[in-house]
Unconditional design. Structure first.
Length: 258
C-alpha cells in the first residue's frame, strides 16, 4: 500500500507540470537563500569565510537525502521489480554524487583558512570521501554491459549497503577525535548559531531540498528519453516482430510457427 502511494506521488511529481513548478520554486528559493546568506552578519571569529556554511551544510544534507532515496528506492525495486524505482535510484545517486563532491570541495575551501591546509585525513573528510567512492562505483556498475534486470539488482544491493556509510559520516565527529567542528544544530533543537544565522541556514537547506527534487525530476525525464531513443535505435536491428506477434494485414497468409 505504501509502495503504491509512493508510486502515485512520484508519477505526479515527475510529470511536466510538476517539473515546471519545482523549477520555479527552486529558482525562487535558491535566490532567497543567496540574498539572505550574503546579508547576515559575518562570524565573529572566522569572518566572511564562514558564509561557505550556507552552501557546504546544505550540500552535505543533499548528499544524505540523495543516498537515503537511493536506499528506499532500491528496497522498493527489490520488492516490486518495477523499473521506475530503479530509475529513481539512479537519478538520485547521480545528484548525490554531484553534491557529495561539492561538499568535499567546499570543505577544502573552508579548511584552508581555518586549518591552514587544503586536505587532512580527518575522520569526517575521510568517511565522506569513501561515501563518494562508493556511489561513483554504483554509477560505474550501471554502465556494465549486463542485462538491465541483473544490473538493476546489483545496483539495488550496492545502494542499500552503501547507505550504511551515511550514519558513519554523520557520527564521525562524535566517535573519533576530529578537526571538523561538531554539528551546529542538534536533533533536540540545541544550536550554537545566532538566530539570524540559523534562519539563513534553514532557508538554504530548504532551498537545496527543492533544488534536489527539481534535478531528480529533470534527470528522470532525460532518462526516459534516453531509453526511448535506445529502443528506437535497436528496433531496426531486431527486425520486424514475428508473424505470431503481429496483427495480419488483409489478405496476408499467416504461417503457423513450428
Amino acid at each position: 500500500m505504501a509502495v503504491s502511494a509512493g508510486e502515485r506521488i512520484m508519477a505526479k511529481g515527475t510529470g511536466r507540470t510538476g517539473e515546471r513548478v519545482l523549477g520555479w520554486c527552486a529558482l525562487v528559493a535558491v535566490s532567497a537563500s543567496v540574498i539572505l546568506s550574503l546579508t547576515v552578519p559575518p562570524d565573529a571569529e572566522q569572518g566572511n569565510v564562514q558564509r561557505l556554511m550556507y552552501v557546504h551544510v546544505p550540500s552535505a544534507w543533499l548528499a544524505y537525502l540523495s543516498f537515503f532515496i537511493v536506499f528506499v528506492a532500491s528496497i522498493a525495486y527489490l520488492v516490486t521489480r518495477k523499473i521506475r524505482w530503479d530509475r529513481l535510484a539512479s537519478a538520485s545517486a547521480e545528484v548525490g554524487v554531484l553534491f557529495t563532491a561539492l561538499t568535499i570541495v567546499l570543505g577544502m575551501l573552508w579548511g584552508k583558512p581555518v586549518w591552514g591546509a587544503w586536505w587532512t585525513w580527518d575522520p569526517r573528510i575521510t568517511t565522506t570521501t569513501i561515501l563518494l567512492l562508493i556511489y561513483i562505483g554504483y554509477l560505474a556498475v550501471r554502465r556494465l554491459p549486463e542485462s538491465p534486470a541483473r544490473r538493476a539488482r546489483w545496483c539495488a544491493v550496492i545502494g542499500i549497503i552503501g547507505f550504511l556509510d551515511v550514519p558513519i559520516v554523520q557520527m564521525s565527529v562524535t566517535w573519533w577525535a576530529s578537526l571538523h567542528q561538531g554539528p551546529s544544530v542538534r536533533l533536540l533543537g540545541e544550536t550554537t548559531l545566532a538566530p539570524i544565522m540559523l534562519t539563513a541556514l534553514l532557508v538554504a537547506v530548504g532551498a537545496f531540498t527543492i533544488l534536489y527534487a527539481y534535478l531528480v525530476t529533470l534527470r528522470l525525464r532525460v532518462g526516459r528519453l534516453e531509453e526511448r531513443a535506445l529502443g528506437e535505435a535497436l528496433s531496426p536491428r531486431l527486425g520486424p516482430p514475428p508473424a505470431s506477434a503481429r496483427v495480419p494485414e488483409p489478405g496476408e497468409e499467416v504461417v503457423p510457427s513450428a
